[in-house]
Design a protein around this ligand. Sequence first.
Ligand SMILES: C[S@@+](CC[C@H](N)C(=O)[O-])C[C@H]1O[C@@H](n2cnc3c(N)ncnc32)[C@H](O)[C@@H]1O
Length: 360
Amino acid sequence: MFLFSTLQVGAENVFKNEVKRLFPDWHAAFARPGFVSFKTGGNVSADTLQTASVLARTSAESFGKIDAENNESLADALWKLIAGRHLFINRVHCFRRDPFPPGEKGYEPGLTAGLIERHRIIVQSCPQPKLFGKNAADAAQPAVPGETILDVLEIDAGQFIAGVHRITDHSPQQDYYAGGVVPLQMPAGTVSRAWLKFEEGLRWSGFNIGADSVCIDIGSSPGGCSQVLLSRGAKVFGIDPGEMHETVLQQANFTHVRRRVREVKRSLFSAADYVFADLNVAPNYTLDVIEEITALAGSRLKGAIFTLKLIHWNLVEEIPQYIERLQQCVKKNDSGAVRMKQLAFNRQEIMAAVRMDCTK
Ligand SMILES: C[S@@+](CC[C@H](N)C(=O)[O-])C[C@H]1O[C@@H](n2cnc3c(N)ncnc32)[C@H](O)[C@@H]1O
């Protein structure tokens, strides 16, 4: 069988290497920028790839390519294919491969008016609409566990690939949304694009930040990440030798510690519930910082979310070592405590989330 994944443009070769390491008997097949398909050794669920890979943004079990001149003929071909396979579809995800890396030439992943219209036409022409889940007519609504999703990916104009993935209780949160992209719009007054990646990263982590949380934001300038935390009512200490945006400085819950992280008094870290970091440095430097903070005696830290900058793409090969390093900071038998993923709004970097064990 074949599986396909979408991913960030430019990461195709390192993704193929990642899959080779994870599943040595799979072979890369048809690929385009931002899209790779694989012939697998046997019957494998899309979840298997999606959960194991750091780079796959979304994955599906492939039914093959469809050429269609318009949305109506695409819908017709899709529902015939589904009937032929005796499948029950609960929701449809329409998406496209990225034309550019996120943040480049003004591009951000997610639904477009054209994709929403395509979704409407496919959903309306479904011969078995009774099987659709709640709010399935709304392209932006998330799926729910138990649902089977029909994935309709536009590879090039008039060329599509169809597939399916299932939502389980263990599915990563991105699988619930079309193309693995949580629909986000930067609010007016947002001071940096970092808002997008940390809003997405925080939702992906499942960490519950609220008015009683104390957060440390390392590499906080100009302040998009701090805005994500302040909007949830958290008390935020931003550490950065650079200037914070006026909008952020004016917030009562925000304190700027205008220093490099290594010059900051350690007592500040022992008061933190969550640490965020977004440093434009090599991954091992960020990991040193996170390790030092988690090792602090008396730390009440519940979690850390941070970016690891892939200064060159081959650093992807070091990800298993990064995970191993972080695993030392948390309870040994908590295998899900360290997670890494290249999220849709990350640029050439990955997002890491570490859930701490407060009782160790
Ligand atoms: C990508 S920017 C951060 C964007 C920011 N997270 C936001 O939400 O707007 C990286 C920042 O890391 C800061 N930085 C680099 N090395 C640092 C260090 N050792 N300690 C503190 N900040 C550092 C830089 O000054 C820069 O502002």
